[in-house]
Structure formats: structure tokens, C-alpha cells
Design a protein around this ligand. Structure first.
Ligand code: URA
Ligand code: CA
Length: 434
């Protein structure tokens, strides 16, 4: 009996036939399979797993469930980038203009933030006048003309994933590698790029809590991408601490402009160089990671990346008068906390800082909540940095009625200073899978 047999097959640990998976996704998206049946099926997949072929078929079926973006009118190898979501992760805003400046077209569709992680589209909307929603023809024309456009998802990309994700969220079936991998890759494949570079995060502020799980997710996504005929590379990076130093939308745009001007932080720039290098390799502009990193550094030094960022902001209607002149962030209340101890920063709890910033109005608790683009937290130090008593630790930017002292105390509790260096210093980039 359909679809009960399909649920039972997976429940019993059998490999599903491609036509079973395709039919299940088609009929669920069409409303012909009930949520309770799809929920049971998801739980069976969660418990029994899926092999590479099943996961690829699932991905392809979800990618075909809605609109597919056609980038073929843009000459060259179009390279997309995706991060599994982090705190103070403004990599896209830095790397997209750098890679575009190197001649690789970047037609980037980004999401909005939910919960404690930020979304690139929300960050860009902190720039007065910036349009993140462009009609498809204008989007394509802009990429052909300047090599870069940064927009929100247009149309209905992978509606099957949207429906299944909501169901997973309500049934304890989010943390499954085949389900996460197919969810992410279905959207990337439907978005039309020729090559995909993935930043797969692990740690306190990430979906995957351990490096081993992140590696496994990265390998699964690279395998799916290749079976789908797209050059796919993945970099596994640590989210044990915030990547950059800015948490909050306009603050993250400010950090991106600083990074493009040559003053980006150590951890953030490490990820920018590695992701940028792999995008350049995928786009045929670098032979290896070393050369790719060198090109990224030179495009920062020559301000070509910053120039490309400005061009993109201008093309999408945004104010460019502040770029390179003053910070974008202007909040009604500003408070800087100083460190009371001398020693080393041995932990920064990024997820908790993300939640504090969200409570201040920087993020959405629920889909559709409005956000305040100018509030958030800016750190002066990174993980493992030395610090002296009396040095500034962070600045918080709040709304007019924000309880600044409470917020500052809560944020200070998330930054651990000890008299000695951490025994083990974890690198931010641990592995690249190609
Ligand atoms: N991001 C996605 O898009 N899907 C998942 O399942 C998890 C993270
Ligand atoms: Ca992010």
C-alpha cells in the first residue's frame, strides 16, 4: 500500500528505489501524502540513514519541486558559496566581491536570519536604499555587467524542502546528515550555479556539534554535488567562538568593509582566504589554494574587492557615501565594557552572544519578526588574544530603551578570561574536501 510501504521499507532499513523517493517527494509537495505520514518517513530516514545514491535522488527530487534559476545567460563559470550558519559570519559580504573582482561571476541568493544566526540579506538591508529583492532579469543583467549581485531567494526555490524542513523542525528530525545535506544541496542546485563551495561549521554556535559530524556532512554534500554534475568543494571550520567580531546587521556590514580595506580579524580572514581560494579554483582563476589565497590578499591590498562591493551597493540602490569614510552603524545608545582581568581570552560563547544580540533586536525569534539593523555587539578581542585589565572588551549598540547595563553584564559573562593561555588552540579551518 502506497505510501505506507515506502515508510515501512525505510523503517526496516532497506534502501529505497529512486522512483519511490521521487514519488514520495512529488506527492508530499502536491498535498497527496499527509504530514503524519511524511513525519513517520522522516523519522525512519533519521534513524536508518540513507546511502549516497538515495541522498542524491532525494536532493534532486527536492531541487525539481519548484523554480530553478537559469544562469546560462551569464558567461563564465558561476560559483556559489554556502555557509551552514554561524555567529559573526560575514564571509559572504567579503568574499563575494573579492571573487567577483578576480573575474568569477557571483550570482548570490541569500536567506534571512532566524534565531541567533544572521542572514546576508538582512545585513545588506542595513544599508539605506539597498534592494535585496531584484526581478530576475535585472539580477541577471547586473551579474553580466559587474560580475556580482546579492539578492534574496527569488521565486519558489525547492518548496519541498520548505515543507519538509517545517515538519522536521516540529518532529525532532532536523539533525540528520542525509536530511540536512539534501536540504542544503537541493536549494544550491536549484539556484543554478556551476560550482559550489561550502563552509561547514561545527561547535557551540553550529548545527553540527563535533568536527567529525561536520566532516561527515561535508563529505555527503560534496558527493551529492559531484553526482549532480557540479564541481563541489567544502571547508570545515570551527564555530567554537564567533568567526568575526561583529554580531548585528549594520555592525557586520562595517566589519565586511573593514575586512575589504585590509583590517579584518585573524579568524575571519583565515576563512575568507580559504573560501575565496576554493571559489577561485572552482572558477578556473587559481591553480591551487596557495595561489588562490595570494590573489585574495592582493585584491584586498589593491582595494579591488572594496571597489566591487561599492559598485554592487550602488547598482542595487544603496547609499555608498559612508563606505571607507565612516561606520554605517548609528545606534541611540552605545556602551563600551572594559576588561577587569589581565590574561588571555580562552572562550567566547558565540551562541549566547547571538541570543543576546537577538534579544536586543538584531535577530528574529520567529519568522516575520522585524529587526533593528543598527543594534548588536562588537568585540575588541578574538579567541586566544591576550588582554590587559582596563582594555576595552566590547561595545554594545542598543535601541533607545534598551537595558544597556543588563545586556553588558550578560555579554561579559560569555567571554572567559584566564591568567594562562588555552592548553589547546584550535585552528579555525580544519579540513578541505574536494
Ligand atoms: N540548513 C538548511 O538549509 N537545511 C537544513 O536541514 C539544515 C540547515
Ligand atoms: Ca550567517
Amino acid at each position: 500500500m502506497w505510501p505506507i510501504d515506502c515508510i515501512a521499507h525505510k523503517r526496516d532499513g532497506r534502501t529505497l528505489a529512486p522512483q519511490e523517493i521521487r514519488r514520495f517527494i512529488q506527492e508530499y509537495t502536491a498535498g497527496q501524502i499527509a504530514d503524519y505520514q511524511a513525519a513517520a518517513w522522516l523519522m525512519a530516514v533519521y534513524l536508518q540513514g540513507m546511502n549516497a545514491e538515495e541522498t542524491t535522488v532525494l536532493t534532486d527530487a527536492m531541487a525539481r519541486s519548484g523554480d530553478r534559476v537559469d544562469l546560462s545567460s551569464i558567461p563564465g563559470i558561476k560559483v556559489d558559496k554556502h555557509s551552514t550558519g554561524g555567529i559573526a559570519d560575514t564571509t559572504t559580504l567579503i568574499v563575494a566581491p573579492l571573487v567577483a573582482a578576480a573575474g568569477v561571476p557571483v550570482a548570490k541568493m541569500s536567506g534571512r536570519g532566524l534565531g541567533f544566526t544572521g542572514g546576508t540579506a538582512d545585513k545588506l538591508e542595513a544599508i539605506p536604499g539597498f534592494h535585496v529583492e531584484l526581478p530576475e532579469q535585472r539580477f541577471l543583467e547586473q551579474v553580466r555587467r559587474i560580475g556580482l549581485a546579492l539578492i534574496t531567494q527569488s521565486g519558489e526555490i525547492a518548496p519541498a524542502d520548505k515543507q519538509l524542513y517545517a515538519l522536521r523542525d516540529a518532529t525532532g528530525t532536523v539533525e540528520s546528515i542525509p536530511l540536512i545535506a539534501s536540504s542544503i544541496m537541493s536549494k544550491k542546485i536549484a539556484s543554478g550555479a556551476d560550482a559550489i563551495v561550502l563552509d561547514v561549521k561545527y561547535g557551540d554556535g553550529a548545527f553540527m556539534k563535533t568536527k567529525e559530524r561536520a566532516l561527515s556532512l561535508a563529505r555527503t554534500m560534496v558527493a551529492i554535488g559531484k553526482l549532480a554534475g557540479k564541481q563541489t568543494r567544502a571547508v570545515v571550520t570551527s564555530m567554537e567562538a564567533p568567526l568575526g567580531t561583529a554580531i548585528g546587521n549594520s555592525l557586520e556590514v562595517d566589519e565586511a568593509v573593514e575586512a575589504l580595506s585590509g583590517t579584518g580579524g585573524r579568524r575571519l580572514m583565515e576563512v575568507v582566504e580559504v573560501i575565496g581560494a576554493h571559489m577561485l579554483i572552482a572558477g578556473g582563476k587559481a591553480a591551487d589554494e596557495g595561489q588562490g589565497r595570494q590573489i585574495i590578499r592582493s585584491l584586498i591590498a589593491s582595494r579591488q574587492g572594496l571597489k566591487k562591493f561599492r559598485e554592487c551597493v550602488q547598482a542595487q540602490g544603496g547609499d555608498t557615501s559612508w563606505i571607507g569614510r565612516r561606520p554605517l552603524t548609528k545606534a541611540p545608545q552605545v556602551f563600551t565594557a572594559v576588561c577587569t582581568d589581565t590574561g588571555y581570552i580562552t572562550a567566547i560563547h558565540g551562541r549566547a552572544l547571538g541570543e543576546i544580540a537577538m534579544a536586543m533586536g538584531a535577530g528574529r525569534r520567529r519568522k516575520g519578526d522585524t529587526i533593528d539593523p543598527m543594534v548588536g555587539i562588537r568585540l575588541f578581542k578574538e579567541l586566544y588574544d591576550p588582554i590587559r585589565a582596563g582594555e576595552p572588551l566590547f561595545t554594545i549598540y542598543g535601541k533607545a530603551d534598551a537595558p544597556m547595563m543588563d545586556m553588558a553584564q550578560a555579554a561579559a559573562d560569555q567571554i572567559i578570561v584566564t591568567p594562562y593561555q588555552a592548553a589547546v588552540m584550535e585552528p579555525v579551518v580544519s579540513e578541505c574536501i574536494v
